[in-house]
Design a binder for this molecule. Structure first.
Ligand code: MV4
Length: 462
């Protein structure tokens, strides 16, 4: 089996740059696509060739399936790397690649389909003996059924959209009389956002952490996991800080959650890189939440701790090569933390595009910056506002935090506002330093007065 000679990258920003680097280290030519406002983008400069596929609007460029397939044909690329977002979890795109004889660097269209249907994925995992939060067995089509289930499992419950993502079509219901209206609103919201109003019901867990497991699976059916990432620090379903290992993980916990993730990957007959997301409650119970059938933004913290290049593994797997390591060779070393730096006002988190005048990035031991930004580049207003990921790696969590504070202090960006000042607050917060927090943490940092009475559960401990 041989690697590809040329790959087309159907993405932009830092992830396109990240994939170009993996290609070049593997001796593979990298072709990219770009929209007509991105002639000066870093991914265009670093690629071996670049093809303009349409105007600024993502719908007409980075989401334009026929244009991207044509670009792969013109470039004579044997495979397409979709990155994250855009077409990375689009079954039509994975199928269009196959039809055109192009290898899609990712899982099968069928695995993407199941991953995108949260009620179905949950039902499958439950059937395979993976713990799920008590709730409906598959989708719920009427309010009456929802009431019946809610009474059985007890309030509060949470109504979720099968096609859900980003918290849309989600409603917490505290008592029976609220349920009917919440059901209708969730259905309407899901229909508007996803063109699919299907809902399901779960018991609502008030104090949780978000812990996910990186898996790799090759064509032979070998599956390994590369431990967990803790993504509990979020605001409005946008992850802000990710770390590996999780501050709550012991070796025993890692073994338990890793085994759940491998079982889930087997249930999906998974191939390539994927993430199994779990909710962990204050008693360290693990519950399957959903599957992400793409490389994720936060893959970097796993790379740092496990010394594995996940993009290269994705490419090798897609080319039919075996995993480059076995589970017994997977060993964590130290602690890594990532922050997502956005071109946003750090007080209100509203996008703040514009021309970057100064861009001096931090360096030194254990510091990695994955970015598409440079001095003189103008952040376009049409796409995601993330312009850089700052990743630090050190022996212990405390040293990683100290290194992150040092690197944030060195980072000098002028001309636009960024979320760097917000992260300075996070890394100086006593609860973050202790590793004791839940998904309400960011709101508590931003509104200390409003949530003064809200206390965390009894988490943490090694
Ligand atoms: C939950 C939950 C509590 N109980 N499900 C939010 C997005 C979607 N992926 C699932 N989410 C949640 N599901 C039950 N049964 C709380 C959340 C949740 C959350 C989950 C992970 C990370 C951050 C979150 C923030 C708010 C709510």
């Amino acid at each position: 089996m041989e690697l590809f000679k040329k790959i087309l990258i159907a993405n932009r920003g830092e992830i396109a740059v990240r994939v170009i680097r993996a290609c070049h280290e593997l001796g593979i030519k990298a072709a990219v696509v770009y929209s007509d406002v991105e002639k000066d983008a870093l991914h265009v400069k670093l690629a071996d060739e670049a093809i303009c596929i349409g105007p600024s609007s993502a719908a007409l460029s980075y989401l334009n399936i026929p244009a991207i397939i044509s670009a792969a044909d013109i470039a004579d690329a044997e495979a397409i790397h979709p990155g994250y977002g855009f077409l990375s979890e689009n079954t039509h795109f994975a199928e269009a690649c196959a039809t055109s004889g192009i290898t899609f660097i990712g899982p099968s269209a069928e695995a993407i389909r199941v991953g995108g249907d949260k009620a179905k994925a949950r039902q499958l995992m439950k059937r395979k003996g993976i713990p799920v939060i008590p709730g409906s067995d598959g989708p719920v089509s009427t309010e009456e059924t929802a009431v019946k289930i809610a009474k059985k499992i007890g309030f509060p419950v949470i109504i979720k959209a099968s096609a859900g993502g980003g918290g849309r079509g989600m409603r917490i219901v505290r008592e029976e009389q609220e349920l009917s209206q919440a059901f209708m609103m969730a259905q309407r919201e899901a229909l508007a956002a996803f063109g699919n109003g299907e809902l399901y019901v779960e018991k609502y867990l008030p104090s949780i952490r978000h812990v996910e497991v990186q898996i790799l699976a090759d064509a032979k059916g070998d599956i390994i996991h590369l431990g967990e990432r803790d993504c509990t620090v979020q605001r409005r379903h946008q992850k802000l800080v990710e770390e590996s290992p999780s501050p709550i993980a012991t070796e025993k916990f890692r073994k338990r959650i890793g085994e759940c993730a491998i079982k889930a990957a087997k249930a999906l007959k998974y191939r390539n890189a994927g993430t199994i997301e779990f909710i962990v409650d204050d008693e360290q119970n693990i519950y399957f939440m959903e599957v992400n059938t793409r490389i994720q933004v936060e893959h970097t913290v796993t790379e740092e701790v496990y010394g594995v290049d996940l993009i290269k593994e994705q490419i090798r797997i897609a080319a039919g090569l075996p995993l480059s390591l076995r589970q017994s060779q997977v060993r964590p070393s130290g602690h890594a933390i990532e922050v997502r730096i956005n071109a946003e006002d750090p007080e209100r988190f509203v996008p703040c595009p514009g021309r970057i005048v100064v861009f001096n990035q931090p360096g030194g031991p254990g510091v990695r910056v994955d970015t598409c930004a440079y001095a003189g580049w103008t952040v376009p207003p049409f796409y995601d506002s993330m312009i850089a990921k700052l990743i630090v790696h050190a022996k212990t969590r405390d040293e990683a935090i100290a290194r992150m504070k040092r690197a944030l202090d060195e980072f000098s960006i002028e001309g636009i506002k960024t979320t760097i000042p917000f992260f300075v607050k996070i890394f100086n917060h006593p609860d973050f330093m202790k590793g004791i927090f839940n998904t309400a943490f960011v709101e508590r940092v931003l509104n200390p007065e409003k949530s003064a009475g809200v206390q965390n559960g009894k988490q943490g401990g090694k």
